[in-house]
Ligand binder design. Structure first.
Ligand SMILES: Cc1cc2nc3c(=O)[nH]c(=O)nc-3n(C[C@H](O)[C@H](O)[C@H](O)COP(=O)(O)O)c2cc1C
Length: 204
């Protein structure tokens, strides 16, 4: 990684090992790697044994919290891949966002990507946009993506790609470019906003 690389943390937000969210996150990592000048770091929520809330943290859980917080702290931007579960974002992802309310992600741009086995995906986008930024101070960018019928998207073999697959890929790359533009634009504003963050960490 060059020191000038834009660092992007990709959080696969399903607590299910081998999830579709993880597969989509890996595709995003590959697209970002292909761009050049970007240092993507993928974290799989299924591999992080996060506590539901911090006061219950045991030693191994503290390690998971540190891993998450260090990755978030060193990032310039985030991609959060969120599966729709019961019409919601999984509680494990909310627990991860709860852990990132100490300035680690403050004023950093976020691209949300919802995934659904069917035609869902809008609820977790609405939920995260509405309620997950007050204390984390995340900046959700205008674009978001919903990957429907996720198991049929992003085929592993290039020969299996249809025109629809190619259209989706172009759309995704456009949103990733938007995220990178915001990442570079917002990096210099964070020191200016640090004082207000310290004065009003919980928004009031
Ligand atoms: C507990 C649970 C609840 C789910 N509820 C929904 C839902 O409300 N809407 C939906 O579109 N898909 C739902 N799904 C299917 C997911 O969209 C599907 O598992 C998809 O692969 C994304 O989840 P994953 O990243 O865990 O694989 C649910 C899956 C699980 C395991």
């Amino acid at each position: 990684m060059e020191t000038s690389d834009t660092r992007i943390m990709i959080l696969a937000g399903s607590p299910r090992p081998g999830s579709e969210s993880l597969r989509v996150a890996q595709v995003m990592q590959r697209f970002l790697d292909d761009q050049g000048g970007i240092a993507p770091q993928l974290l799989d929520l299924a591999q992080l044994d996060l506590p539901k809330w911090e006061d219950e943290a045991a030693d191994h859980e503290t390690l998971a919290l540190n891993t998450l917080r260090e990755a978030a702290d060193s990032a310039d931007a985030l991609v959060i891949v969120v599966p729709e579960w019961g019409g919601m974002a999984p509680p494990a992802l909310k627990a991860a966002l709860l852990a990132l309310t100490n300035g680690e992600v403050a004023h950093k741009p976020v691209l949300l990507i919802a995934v659904s086995a069917g035609i869902g995906g809008s609820y977790p986008i609405a939920e995260l946009r509405a309620s997950c930024t007050k204390n984390a101070h995340l900046v959700f960018i205008p674009d978001h993506l919903i990957v429907r019928h996720v198991e049929q998207q992003f085929p592993a073999h290039p020969g299996d790609k249809t025109a629809d697959h190619q259209r989706l890929e172009l759309r995704v790359k456009s949103s990733l470019s938007q995220l990178i533009t915001y990442a570079r634009a917002l990096a210099p504003v964070r020191p200016t906003l640090a004082r207000a963050l310290k004065a009003y960490p919980y928004g009031h």
